[in-house]
Design a protein around this ligand. Structure first.
Ligand code: NAD
Length: 486
């Protein structure tokens, strides 16, 4: 697409560069972005070194004060123009998401629509009431308290929903008057960083308020450690999250961790089997199972388990695997050799320990087919580990207590789904699950801009993003008094 004679996103403008008060060469060199489905080179981006991060941190701290001082309505204008730019370029953005993260176009659309919802919600957030008038300690005195921005927020993101995860933090953080250093994953720096910067740039976000700093763990460590960064928002694995928290806590920073999950879909004996199996298939096979909210255990009443498993196998076998850009393809490759080898290892070890493969279970390069396992016991890695691939371990149960016990038998606590013909019965089960989110007669993988997203246990550190939780996350209290008569 061409805007004012310039193509969008105009690759020449950002090739080999980072975004830090404009597009600039970095000290950290460059890195190539590859399309997982074809192995083709897609782009080259700049890599931010610790020196680049330090420079960006200092510049963001400078810009943050002016940005926070702007009227909320001015910040809202920038968000509205960003939304308009996103709508105008949605086809191009979808294509980048599809090629870089290897999801089907519907996954690209989902990220775009959910990203738009984040921007819309942030518009409202910017003008929510944010303070209280307190009883003063002396007659005639004034005592006020209100929420002020945190300052500079460091954002470290994964590759699986790169565009959406950038917007779900940037929209509220910027709306509430913060500056941001965004470090996208090295596998998806374009849809997770460059395109987002291009949108805000076109929308007139003042220079220095947003910095996009591609790179790997070293760049992430520099962001977490930077003295100008007052808060670190990390989304990714629990292992890396622990490391980021260790570094950020040295600087006594606020830390928000959105980590992994081992989520159950529970099917009670009065559930609609077809509806439950469809929800189960979508929750495990959608985007190749590469979602923190994917279903990692299918916990099914023993009376239904055969019919449910048959339906799940049917769904798996009707999916078409291939390049996600090709017509009719419903499942693409997994993101990297590392991920494919990890999935293979988990399945192969479980099979060696006695699990049975009902369909799938053999990969072709990065293409791992939708896989259903039964005869899974609690010592197997398919039961204990987050798989992050299209693999559905099915576990029968006999009573609700056992189903709840299986679902809670994990250090994680992100999300779950409960299927039953009786919503009150499903709700009673849902209330006993140790998860930050739970959905009745639905998929496990859900999010909404107005809902607090996050988990219990090692799925996070109790932080939530979304809805009014974002107001708490990205602001802090200030108390001010003025005396009465002296
Ligand atoms: P990862 O933890 O390896 O990487 C995530 C980000 O952290 C990347 O930008 C990476 O470069 C950076 N990073 C890695 N090690 C680092 C370190 N030591 N210091 C600083 N930065 C570091 O994540 P992944 O394995 O690529 O992503 C998958 C994981 O993310 C899964 O566990 C998944 O459940 C989780 N996830 C959670 C959510 C959520 O909202 N809860 C969403 C998506 C993914």
């Amino acid at each position: 697409m061409t805007v004012n004679g310039e193509s969008w996103p105009n690759q020449a403008r950002w090739t080999g560069k980072i975004y830090s008060a404009g597009w600039r060469e970095s000290e950290g060199g460059t890195s190539q972005v590859t399309e997982p489905a074809t192995g083709h080179a897609l782009a080259e981006v700049g890599v931010a070194s610790p020196v680049d991060v330090a420079r960006a941190g200092a510049r963001a701290a400078q810009a943050a004060g002016d940005w926070a001082a702007q009227a909320p309505s001015d910040r809202v204008e920038v968000l509205l123009r960003t939304s308009a730019a996103l709508r105008a370029h949605s086809d191009t953005i979808r294509d980048w998401i599809v090629r870089e993260s290897a999801g089907v176009p519907a996954k690209g659309d989902y990220e775009i629509n959910a990203g738009l919802a984040q921007l819309t919600h942030a518009v409202g957030l910017a003008s929510l009431p944010r303070g209280e008038v307190l009883a003063a300690q002396a007659a005639g005195g004034v005592s006020l308290t209100w929420r002020v921005p945190i300052g500079v927020v460091g954002v470290i993101n994964p590759w699986n929903a790169p565009f959406l995860f950038a917007l779900r933090v940037l929209a509220p953080a910027l709306a509430l008057g913060n500056a941001v250093l965004l470090k996208p994953d090295p596998l998806t720096p374009v849809s997770g960083g460059v395109l987002v910067a291009r949108l805000f740039e076109d929308a007139g976000l003042p220079e220095g308020v947003l910095h996009v700093l591609p790179g790997g763990a070293r760049t992430g460590q520099a962001v977490a450690a930077d003295p100008h960064v007052a808060m670190v928002s990390f989304t990714g694995s629990s292992e890396a999250g622990r490391e980021v928290a260790r570094v950020a806590s040295q600087g006594l920073k606020r830390i928000s961790l959105e980590l992994g999950g081992k989520n159950s879909i529970i099917v009670l004996d009065d559930a609609d089997i077809e509806a439950a199996a469809l929800a189960g298939a979508v929750s495990t096979f959608g985007y190749q199972g590469q979602a923190c909210v994917a279903a990692g255990r299918h916990v099914v009443h023993a009376d239904l388990v055969e019919a449910y498993t048959d339906a799940l196998v049917r769904h798996a076998q009707t999916m078409r695997m291939g390049d996600p850009r090709a017509e009719g393809v419903t499942i693409g490759p997994v993101i990297s050799e590392r991920q494919a080898a990890r999935i293979e290892h988990i399945v192969d070890e479980s099979v060696a320990d006695g699990a049975r493969v009902l369909t799938g279970g053999r990969r072709d390069g990065l293409f791992y087919p939708p896989t259903v396992l039964d005869h899974v016991d609690r010592a197997m890695p398919a039961y204990t580990k987050e798989i992050f691939g299209p693999v559905a371990p099915v576990l029968p149960f006999h009573g609700e207590t056992e189903a709840i016990e299986i679902a809670n038998d994990t250090e994680y606590g992100l999300t779950a789904a409960v299927h039953s013909g009786s919503v009150p019965r499903a709700t009673a089960v849902a209330e006993r699950l140790h998860t930050g989110m739970v959905h009745i007669n639905d998929v496990s993988a859900k999010d909404a801009a107005n809902a607090p997203f996050g988990g219990m246990g090692t799925s996070g550190n109790g932080s939530r993003i979304g809805g009014t939780a974002s107001l708490e996350q990205f602001t802090q209290w200030r108390w001010m008094t003025a005396p009465g008569q002296m």
